[in-house]
Ligand binder design. Sequence first.
Ligand code: FES
Length: 107
Amino acid sequence: MIKIHLVAATGGDTTLEVKPAGSLMQAAVARDIEGIAADCGGMLTCATCHVYVREPFASRLPPPQAEELAMLEYTASPRRPNSRLSCQIALAEALDGLTVDLPPSQY
Ligand code: FES
């Protein structure tokens, strides 16, 4: 199991203990985390799974592929250098402690 931390825009911090499998989006949706909508279910067509990944994890993630970069143009909240789509973040042992900030809005 690994721990991931999701910090709401209002400051609340939720820690999930999850298997290092699937995506960050799937783990968040399974726990009904407010702030991750994921309308397309991970098909890279909605950008409502937007998160800001904190260091050192942002640098450890594989760089976004062209499709993710294209969808990041459509985030409701401002895009930042550490913006990622959580459906494209594959959970792995190396991401134990992963901390992401949730944007104020996904719409
Ligand atoms: S869930 Fe739709 S782009 Fe990630």
